[in-house]
Design a protein around this ligand. Structure first.
Ligand SMILES: Nc1ncnc2c1ncn2[C@@H]1O[C@H](COP(=O)(O)OP(=O)(O)OP(=O)(O)O)[C@@H](O)[C@H]1O
Ligand SMILES: [Mg+2]
Length: 356
């Protein structure tokens, strides 16, 4: 990568946005840049402020402080219908008495577009979402996944610069949901619209997004690519929220973290600011079973689970409260009660500032 070229200019720039409802701080000094044609995800637990942030972008909520610009133009001064932004709500409501094509055409008709143009754009967008043959159906004659696609078609037919999707797949069952995740990503690529998708499902965010902002209690914890969030979490919240991690509290020393009762645990990937109290995070797939002489820690297998392609082994280590989780390809090859020795290389141990 050419490190001298300037970073791409963001399409959307959110700076210092805060919003409170009485005592509840829904957004706390939020700053996020979103680039053109990016598939961006907002990820965080229930109540962390995701919907509130989308509503601020769409214009249904006004922040108490901060600025929001699109292509350097102030958005906050514009009413919702003047913004080149479309919000697909957490519960998308289709008109049950109208056909699929009428549902999709509705927004364009309200804009009083010429009839020919409406017909052509609806035809095009239904082809994009793969529903050309369902144009005359009512929503009740469709599956959940198909209804979802109608809602998407309705949102993209207006050609917004920015499409905001609030939990777009939450109503779907697991299998359809996985298909729709791929579909949504393909669609975003094909239509060339910038997507901001809200989800509280970390796997969903990881599988779809170019970048993810992780929120907790109205604050942005980290904004990064899925890989960087996973491999270089900025703090213990992110490490815990994204994937499974083993965490060890102790004090920061050269080569890792000194953990009471366990000794020096190796770590080299430092993402904290350098507090003396630190947490070492190691992913289950980075831990290997080794001979006693190479052991970092040793303990007893208390449980094994087989998931088809991989296995998970839980190991109880003396003086550590929670079991250490180890994953392996294929079957576990160890039995409950076995004594095992675990190790990982220092570059797989991430040293974070201790949680406050
Ligand atoms: N209009 C409102 N009046 C009062 N409190 C509100 C209002 N809107 C949101 N809140 C509060 O602000 C916080 C953030 O809400 P928000 O809807 O943004 O969360 P969320 O991250 O979308 O959660 P979920 O995943 O459950 O949809 C919550 O504590 C919520 O109760
Ligand atoms: Mg919400």
């Amino acid at each position: 990568m050419n490190t001298t070229s300037p970073p791409p200019k963001p399409l959307i720039r959110v700076e210092g946005v805060s919003r409170s409802f009485g005592d509840v701080v829904a957004l706390d000094d939020v700053s996020i840049d979103i680039h053109a044609n990016e598939f961006f995800a907002l990820l965080g637990p229930s109540g962390c402020g995701k919907t509130t942030l989308l509503r601020v972008l769409a214009g249904f909520e006004h922040p108490d402080a901060g600025t929001v610009t699109l292509d350097d133009v102030d958005l906050l001064g514009l009413p919702p219908h003047r913004r080149p932004v479309n919000l697909m709500f957490q519960s998308y409501a289709l008109f049950p008495h109208m056909s699929v094509e009428a549902n999709v055409a509705y927004g364009l008709e309200r804009e009083r577009r010429p009839k020919d143009e409406i017909r052509e754009r609806v035809r095009e967008v239904l082809a994009t979402v793969g529903l050309s043959d369902k144009a005359r159906n009512r929503p009740t004659q469709l599956s959940g996944g198909q209804r979802q696609r109608v809602a998407l078609a309705r949102a993209i037919v207006k050609r917004p610069r920015l499409l905001l999707l609030d939990e777009p797949l939450s109503a779907l069952d697991r299998k359809v949901r996985a298909e729709m995740q791929l579909e949504l990503k393909r669609l975003q690529h094909d239509v060339g619209i910038t997507f901001v998708v809200v989800t509280h499902d970390q796997e969903e965010a990881m599988s779809m997004a170019d970048r993810i902002a992780v929120l907790s209690h109205g604050r942005v914890q980290q904004t990064d690519s899925p890989v960087d969030l996973y491999q270089r979490p900025a703090n213990t919240f992110v490490a815990d929220f994204i994937g499974t991690s083993n965490a060890f509290d102790g004090s920061r020393v050269v080569g890792g973290v000194l953990v009471p009762g366990l000794g020096l645990l190796p770590g080299a990937a430092i993402t904290g600011s350098g507090t003396s109290q630190a947490t070492l995070v190691v992913r289950p797939e980075d831990i290997t079973l080794v001979d006693e002489v190479s052991a970092v820690v040793s303990g007893e297998v208390i449980d094994t689970q087989f998931f088809g392609g991989s296995s998970r082994i839980a190991v109880m280590v003396p003086l550590h409260e929670v079991p250490i989780v180890v994953t392996r390809h294929g079957t576990a090859h160890v039995d409950r009660g076995a004594r095992v020795h675990l190790a990982w290389s220092a570059d797989k141990g991430v040293v974070l500032d201790a949680a406050e």
